[in-house]
Design a protein around this ligand. Structure first.
Ligand code: PLP
Length: 446
C-alpha cells in the first residue's frame, strides 16, 4: 500500500533495508539500527529523530575535562597506570559510594574499568568460574542487550524473566524458581532499568540480597543511570534519599557505576566497579584451580583486567576522580544537568500518546513510571519490528523491546539525542505517522 506523506522517500528506506539483507528490525542490534539510520541520513540529507542509542546528549562535565587536561600536561599519557587504578580515584570512588549510596566499600575494591561495559565483561569472566557447578547467569529483564552478547562471546549460559510480571513480593518466588536449581552463579539487573525506567525498590533489593545470601550467588548491580530516578532527589551527598542498592542487604555484590550518562563522559570509556570488601577477599577454590589465585578481587584485577586492557586510560582516571571529589564535597550537583532528560521525556511521551502510542511498561508498582532517559512504547496492532520499520519512513528510529529480553512487543525510545529544538518536527512526524499507521492497520486487519 502507498505510504502517503513520508519524511524519508519510501524507495530509499526499502533499498537500504535490502542492502542490509532486509533484517527483521525486531531482532536488529542497536548498532545495526545505527548503521541503517546513518546511511539513510547520508543518502537523504534528512536528520532523523534518533532514539535508538543511549548516547549522552549533553556536554561533558567541565570538571572532568579540566582535570584530564591537567593530567595530560603533567605527562601521564606516557605512563602505564596501575591495573587497579590510581590511588586518588580509588579513594574518591569509595567516598562517592558512601556519600550517594550510603554503603562502605574500601578504596581497594573500587577499581576503574573501560566503561561499565568492561566492568560487566570482567565480572562475567570471574563469576563464570567461581564454582564449577554454576555456569549460568540470571538476568532480571528487560535489560541491556550487549551484556547477553558478552555472555555469548564468553560461552556462558543465561536465564531470564521479565520483571514486569514479578514486582514486589512476587519477585522472591520467581527468583527462587531459578536459584533453587543450583546452576546460577550471578544475578544481573540495571536500576533504574534500561529500557523500561522502572526502578527496583528497597523491598525488592532486600529480597534479591536475602536470596543472594541463601543461594550463595553474586549480584552484579548495574547503576549505569546512577541516581537518575528523578522522582527523588538523590544528589545531596551524605543525605537521604540515597541511590537504592542491594549492597545494603548482602555482601555478595559488585556495583557497576558508569560515568557515561550521569557525567556525560561516555567517550572517555571509564567507569568503576565497586566490589564489596567481603567478596573482594573471598577465596574460591575453583578460581584458584583456573587462575592460580583464589580471591575474587585479585583474580579480577591481576588476571582479568591485566589480560583485557592492562588498566584504564590514565588521564580519564584523573577526570573521574575530580568529578567524584567535587560531588562528594557538595561543589558539583550530579543531577543538575541530567534532569534535562526527565523534562524531555515528559514532553516527548505526551506527543507519542497524543498520536496513538501507549506506554508498554506503564507503571512502577502502581505509580507512574518516572520520566528519564528511556521509555517504552507500542502502537496497538503492530509488532515491535513492524513499528520500527514504519517509523523509519517518518524519520524516527528506536530499538525493539524484543532484543532487551522483554516479554512484550514494542520499542524503546531514548530521549538523549532529541533536544527541545526538534520537538515541533517530532510532533509533525508523529502526526504524519499516525495517519499512515491507521490506514496500514485497517488494511492489515481487513
Ligand atoms: C544498563 C547499562 N549498562 C551498561 C552500559 C554501558 O556503560 P558504559 O558506557 O559505562 O560502558 C549502558 C550504556 O548504555 C547501560 O545502559
Amino acid at each position: 500500500m502507498e505510504i502517503k506523506n513520508p519524511v524519508i522517500p519510501v524507495d530509499v528506506v526499502n533499498d537500504v533495508l535490502e542492502e542490509h539483507h532486509n533484517p527483521d528490525l525486531g531482532e536488529a542490534t542497536i548498532r545495526e539500527i545505527v548503521s541503517i539510520v546513518n546511511e539513510l541520513e547520508e543518502q537523504t540529507g534528512n536528520k532523523f529523530i534518533r532514539m535508538e542509542m543511549g548516547v549522552p546528549g549533553l556536554p561533558p562535565s567541565r570538571i572532568g575535562i579540566e582535570a584530564e587536561i591537567e593530567a595530560l600536561k603533567k605527562g601521564v599519557a606516557a605512563k602505564y597506570p596501575m591495573l587497579d587504578g590510581i590511588k586518588e580515584l580509588k579513594e574518591n570512588a569509595s567516598r562517592f559510594v558512601k556519600a550517594f549510596v550510603d554503603i562502605d566499600i574500601s578504596p581497594q575494591g573500587c577499581v576503574p574499568t573501560v566503561g561499565s561495559m568492561q566492568g560487566a565483561f570482567a565480572n562475567f569472566m570471574v563469576c563464570g568460574h567461581v564454582d564449577k557447578k554454576k555456569d549460568t547467569f540470571l538476568f532480571i529483564d528487560p535489560g541491556f542487550p550487549v551484556q547477553k552478547q558478552q555472555l555469548m562471546v564468553l560461552g556462558f549460559n543465561y536465564e531470564s524473566f521479565d520483571l514486569y510480571h514479578f514486582r514486589g513480593e512476587k519477585l522472591r518466588e520467581e527468583l527462587e524458581r531459578h536459584l533453587k536449581n543450583g546452576n546460577i552463579t550471578a544475578i544481573i539487573y540495571s536500576n533504574p532499568n534500561n529500557p523500561t525506567w522502572v526502578c527496583l525498590t528497597d523491598e525488592e533489593l532486600k529480597i534479591i540480597g536475602e536470596l543472594a545470601n541463601k543461594y550463595d550467588v553474586i549480584v552484579l548491580e548495574d547503576l549505569a543511570y546512577f541516581a537518575m530516578d528523578f522522582r527523588k532527589d538523590m544528589s545531596k551527598p551524605f543525605e537521604p534519599p540515597y541511590q537504592p542498592s542491594v549492597g545494603k542487604y548482602t555482601d555478595n555484590y559488585v556495583l557497576l557505576i558508569s560515568s557515561s550518562k550521569v557525567f556525560s563522559y561516555a567517550g572517555q570509556r571509564i567507569g568503576v566497579m565497586c566490589i564489596s570488601d567481603k567478596l573482594y577477599d573471598r577465596y574460591f577454590p575453583d578460581l584458584y584451580d583456573r587462575y592460580k589465585i583464589g580471591e575474587y578481587g585479585r583474580v579480577l584485577v591481576g588476571r582479568i583486567l591485566y589480560g583485557l586492557s592492562s588498566g584504564v586510560g590514565h588521564s580519564s582516571q584523573y577526570a573521574l576522580s575530580a568529578m567524584y571529589k567535587k560531588a562528594v564535597e557538595g561543589e558539583f550537583n550530579i543531577l543538575d544537568d541530567v534532569r534535562e532528560y526527565g523534562e524531555r521525556a515528559r514532553v516527548m511521551k505526551k506527543m507519542f500518546f497524543d498520536n496513538g502510542f501507549r506506554l508498554v511498561y506503564d507503571n512502577d508498582l502502581g505509580e507512574p513510571v518516572a520520566d528519564g532517559f528511556y521509555f517504552t512504547l507500542d502502537y496497538p496492532g503492530m509488532t515491535g519490528g513492524e513499528l520500527l520499520k514504519n517509523l523509519l519512513y517518518f524519520g524516527i528510529s528506536a530499538i525493539s523491546l524484543r532484543i532487551t529480553g522483554s516479554s512484550m512487543e514494542g520499542i524503546r525510545a531514548c530521549v538523549s539525542q532529541t533536544g527541545t529544538e526538534r520537538f515541533t518536527e517530532l510532533e509533525d512526524r508523529l502526526k504524519r505517522f499516525k495517519k499512515y499507521a491507521d490506514e496500514y492497520l485497517a488494511v492489515k486487519n481487513a
